[in-house]
Design a binder for this molecule. Structure first.
Ligand code: ADP
Length: 156
């Protein structure tokens, strides 16, 4: 059976930190599904189509990386995709505490699914979608925050 990992997140927007986690994890799995979780109660900053377009552009030509959209529980989405691994990134101890609660809850809900964590690269530890949103909103310089082939023009 194929080793598939789901990398779930809001990716609002997708940062160089997210890109790095996926590029490093692809060596560990046969394929990765980048799964954009939709929360209808929470309005997004970047619309869904643009988020998909940007992630597709980042991984253009990489046939082991797919982009999908889901709502509801991540473990239910994993089950529907026949996937046994959830991939998450860890930047700080705050991430760890947050991720521990989610990971342990997921384990309780479905003991067959393992969450796999990769530590962020040191140079990406301060990067988050919320920081990127602030910089975009205020027309700041985006160098070092965006994935390699993405620029401000991609957000239009
Ligand atoms: P969520 O809304 O589920 O937290 P995010 O889109 O913010 O989704 O993040 C998705 C995953 O990527 C999370 O595991 C998060 O910890 C990780 N992540 C976010 N930013 C970085 C970064 N700069 N370096 C490494 N991992 C990151």
């Amino acid at each position: 059976m194929k080793r598939t990992a789901v990398f779930p997140g809001s990716f609002d927007p997708f940062t160089i930190g997210h890109e790095s986690i996926v590029r490093r994890a692809i060596g560990l799995f046969d394929n990765i599904i980048i799964a954009i979780g939709i929360n209808n109660k929470k309005p997004s900053f970047i619309d869904l189509d643009t988020r998909i377009k940007i992630i597709k552009k980042v991984f253009e030509g990489e046939n082991r990386i797919e982009i999908k959209v889901y709502s509801g529980l991540t473990i239910d989405f994993c089950k529907s995709e026949n996937c046994k691994y959830i991939l998450r990134g860890l930047r700080t101890s705050a991430d760890f505490e947050f991720e521990r609660a989610i990971g342990q809850t997921n384990k309780l809900l479905n003991s067959e699914i393992e969450t796999v964590f990769l530590l962020s690269l040191p140079q990406h530890t301060f990067i988050s979608s919320s920081i990127l949103r602030e910089v975009i909103l205020n027309n700041g310089k985006l160098d070092g925050l965006l994935p390699s082939n993405i620029s401000a023009a991609d957000f239009i």
